[in-house]
Each structure stands twice: as C-alpha cells, then as structure tokens.
Design a binder for this molecule. Structure first.
Ligand SMILES: [Zn+2]
Length: 94
C-alpha cells in the first residue's frame, strides 16, 4: 500500500522523556510531535525524579498508534523497520 494513504490513525516512535522545569515531556523521535506532557496530562508540576519515574510515559522505541489523541495500541518496531502505513514519517515529508 502507498505510504500516503489517508488513515484516521497515526503511529509515532516515542523517544526518551525529558524531565525539566517541573514537567516531563516526551516527543516522537521521528516527527517531533509532543506525545506526553505531565503538566497537561497530570495537571500538576513534577517535583522529583522519583515522581517523574512513576508517570505513564510511553515505552521508548516502541511504536504507539493514536486516533484523535488517544492510544489505540502499542507494538514493537516491525522486522526490517517495515513501518505501518500510518507511520508519522509521512508528516515529516509534508
Ligand atoms: Zn511521530
């Protein structure tokens, strides 16, 4: 199938969360989309690295598929990096 087929989902590849200025932020390693922000999702500042460690960030290096901002599923990178058609690299190429 073509990589530019329109789907209602998008799959991102979370990178290492950053704990800074009382927030934990996790972005996609490929397109840069913000996937997790503790201030938005927890509604509070994070006070310690122990507190940060307990947050529900995404597994680094796993594929996470979203629909309308909600997680649909998470799965490992396919063999040979044969990424799904909704992989966000299509957004990078725009
Ligand atoms: Zn992405």
């Amino acid at each position: 199938m073509s990589k530019d087929t329109k789907t209602d989902t998008v799959t991102h590849l979370p990178t290492t969360p950053v704990f800074i200025e009382g927030r934990v932020i996790q972005r996609c390693a490929v397109c840069g989309e913000k996937l997790y922000d503790s201030l938005q999702q927890e509604g509070r500042y994070i006070l310690s690295s122990e507190d940060a460690a307990g947050l529900p960030t995404y597994t680094v290096g796993a594929c996470v598929r979203f629909r309308d901002g909600e997680v649909v599923e998470a799965f490992g990178v396919p063999p040979n990096s044969d990424m799904p058609e909704d992989f966000c690299i299509a957004l990078v190429e725009m």
